[in-house]
Design a binder for this molecule. Structure first.
Ligand SMILES: [Fe+2]
Ligand SMILES: [Fe+2]
Length: 211
């Protein structure tokens, strides 16, 4: 495991590869908050790290790299749904982190998991399904940005987004990773993992620069 993945793993409850995800709400507020804060710190570290760091990291499979981001997304979803309307600044700060990680992950995942899958007949259906859900989540993020962060409507939409994110991540890990595992060679899985990590870090920097 690389330094980067090790840091990501510390941002979340321990979840062995292949193990079922921690149920939402299983953590106390304190632990959920701490893990989400660590996740946000992780985003900052990646966004400010030198590109050379990704290029020289030890090889990791595309699946380990994707799961690290998934755990960050889950941690941020656990935290954001518990922030009361009396703390709109906190709501916006965590939402910004979630939006950033979702967008950077989607872009790099589409390029280095789903594009290779689309080149195979058996990869068409799962890839199309996943890309459709990425678009749906993008639209949900846009809808939330149009709402007042202290309102009940904001939280209702955020809860719907968190539900959608969890569904999408679970489906990827339990169905689409297996489908792609039959398509990609072992060498490809490592090559794509390296390229995904480099592009994910670059996208975080690019998207963070947009504010
Ligand atoms: Fe995805
Ligand atoms: Fe994903």
């Amino acid at each position: 495991m690389t330094d980067r993945l090790a840091r990501a793993a510390t941002a979340t409850p321990p979840t062995p590869p292949g193990a079922p995800p921690t149920p939402a709400g299983a953590l106390s507020d304190g632990r959920a908050s701490a893990s989400a804060q660590a996740a946000q710190d992780h985003l900052v570290r990646i966004a400010t790290s030198a590109p050379r760091r990704a290029a020289t990291a030890a090889p990791v499979s595309i699946y380990d790299a994707l799961r690290a981001s998934h755990e960050i997304q889950r941690a941020l979803c656990r935290q954001i749904v518990r922030i009361p309307g009396s703390r709109p600044d906190k709501r916006l700060a965590v939402f910004k982190s979630l939006k950033l990680e979702l967008a950077a992950h989607e872009a790099a995942e589409e390029r280095f998991l789903y594009v290779p899958m689309l080149m195979h007949d058996t990869g068409l259906d799962p890839s199309r399904h996943a890309l459709h859900e990425h678009h749906q989540m993008d639209e949900m993020v846009e809808d939330i940005e149009a709402l007042a962060p202290e309102g009940d409507a904001w939280m209702a939409h955020v809860k719907a987004l968190a539900h959608k994110v969890r569904h999408h991540l679970d489906e990827e890990e339990h169905k689409f990773f297996q489908a792609s595992g039959k398509i990609l060679s072992e060498t490809q899985k490592l090559t794509l993992g390296r390229r995904y990590l480099r592009d994910h870090a670059r996208m975080l920097r690019v998207l963070a620069g947009k504010g």
